[in-house]
Design a protein around this ligand. Structure first.
Ligand code: UMA
Length: 452
């Protein structure tokens, strides 16, 4: 029996992209996916068109034909099926598979971190394009690296999740950025922040001294841990930066390398709102600096960048109430950042979602007390958040749908206040992903009345 096949495990967007890549590279490929339903029907149809054999339950049927498995990031390596797979063949993740097959000549800038990844990725792409390069934002942002392995782009700006880093072997970006690391996804790491932290750092494990590692300079633990790695380290921090990297001096975003300091842009000319976005901007500048051809164009692209959908996205204003979609706020830290993005304004917060992560919501309470007029609870987390708010005497209502949450938020908010969807939880209790949740929020907002 010929054992040269590749077994793609999972037929989400990653699995499909890996299957396409394998087929283009003329590999013998099989797909195993444990569910066939309306939402993935089109993917199965594509496999049929490509002539790729598949099964709709995870069995051992293809094991004797395969030497390598390619895992989708959402499937934990510790699951019983994956343990069986590993007894029969080598296992890598989709990101690693794409990297191993990457066409030569591309520069990969990889971005990981708990929050700010997507904004930083999109901003790096915009800054590179502003310099005249071709670039794409890929990876965990929703566009698997496998779909870009032989594309025309000179730069691939790749958002990388901890899930993807669990299964790398040789993945080696030229530049890596770690935006920040705070607790998230701990359910996947036996509740150990240490394990999650170490997984994130794997982004730099194959880089050598020609690489550039961009780190959040406010995180001493990160700086210390990164000193074990080979690439040159550049930092970003809002103030007091002594090392090489990007900081704010006298109201200007400044880049410093050695003794010289270059002014890039006045902070108040940045379109992106919030302190955390300023940090993302500093990170992005630090990452692109070696590729800058025109500093004037760098300043312009930085000033013009409007932000991304579902991330503190200003939807519209109705009767003087601003609606903000932060559906991508899927963890506690991210919602804390959202709550500090509107200084001097009171917020009606729509909070809650899927409870699989069993996050501790108590770190939100001081900011809710300080910045929120009231809280609208939605989703599976309600029974765990409600008692916390009750204890702190914070006004809240429980709702059962996005429509109800938006209607209640609109009624509760006064002129000049903000209705903010920032759930601090994943969306899978009511939606297929945070994008669907964000779109639903916006749709319900648009139904309220005339937007300005
Ligand atoms: N499955 C099996 N057997 C199992 C378990 C699952 O066959 O035992 C199947 C599932 O039915 C599913 C597939 O395997 O069809 C798993 O797919 P997946 O969950 O890996 O999803 P993809 O569509 O491939 O999307 C993944 C990322 N999803 C996750 O990491 C959970 C997407 O990140 C990413 O955008 C995409 O690859 C492209 O790189 C999403 C995410 O939530 C947005 N990421 C987390 C985050 O950002 O916090 C890490």
């Amino acid at each position: 029996m010929n054992r040269d096949g590749v077994l793609i495990i999972g037929l989400g967007v990653s699995g499909l992209a890996a299957a396409r890549l394998a087929r283009k590279k003329k590999m013998t490929v099989y797909v195993t996916e444990h569910r066939r339903h309306a939402a993935n029907e089109e993917r199965f149809r594509e496999l049929e068109q490509l002539g790729i054999p598949f099964e709709t339950e995870n069995t051992q049927r293809f094991f004797p034909l395969c030497r390598q498995a390619v895992l989708s990031p959402g499937i934990p390596v510790s699951s019983p099926y994956i343990r069986e797979v590993k007894e029969h063949m080598a296992l890598i993740g989709e990101l690693e598979f794409a990297f191993q097959n990457m066409a030569p000549g591309k520069t990969i800038i990889a971005v990981t971190g708990t929050n700010g990844k997507s904004t930083t990725v999109r901003l790096i792409q915009a800054l590179l394009e502003g310099q005249g390069y071709t670039a794409a934002s890929v990876g965990n942002i929703g566009l698997p690296l496998s779909d870009y392995f032989d594309g025309p782009e000179e730069f691939l700006v790749c958002e990388v999740s901890s899930y993807q880093l669990e299964t790398i072997v040789t993945f080696k970006p030229q530049t890596a950025v770690i935006t920040n690391i705070t607790p998230d996804h701990l359910d996947r790491y036996e509740n150990s922040f240490e394990r999650y932290f170490k997984t994130k750092l794997r982004i730099a494990e194959n880089m050598d001294s020609s690489g550039r590692l961009v780190l959040n300079g406010e995180d001493d633990r990160l700086k210390k841990a990164a000193s074990d790695y080979a690439p040159r380290t550049f930092l970003f921090r809002l103030e007091g930066l002594k090392e090489q990297g990007t900081t704010v001096t006298k109201g200007y975003i400044c880049y410093q390398d050695g003794s010289a300091q270059e002014k890039i842009l006045r902070v108040k000319d940045l379109a992106l709102p919030g302190r955390h976005n300023l940090e993302n901007a500093l990170a992005a500048v630090t990452a692109v600096m070696p590729f800058v051809r025109s500093q004037k164009r760098l300043s312009q692209s930085l000033a013009d960048f409007p932000g991304i959908e579902h991330r503190l996205e200003q939807v519209c204003e109705i009767n003087g109430i601003l609606f903000v979609n932060d559906s991508k706020g899927t963890n506690v830290d991210s919602t804390r950042k959202a709550l500090t993005a509107f200084p001097g304004k009171k917020v009606v917060l729509i909070l809650g979602g899927d409870d699989a992560k069993k996050s501790d919501f108590s770190p939100l309470i001081p900011l809710i007390r300080k910045n929120c007029a009231s809280v609208i609870l939605l989703g599976e987390t309600t029974p765990r958040i409600a008692p916390l708010l009750e204890k702190e005497k914070v006004a809240f209502v429980k709702t059962g749908s996005m429509k109800e949450a938006v209607d209640r938020g609109f009624k509760a908010a006064r002129k000049g206040e903000i209705v903010l969807l920032s759930p601090a939880a994943a969306s899978f209790d009511l939606y297929s992903d945070f994008e669907e949740r964000g779109r639903d929020f916006k749709e319900k907002v648009f139904q309220l009345g005339e937007c300005v």
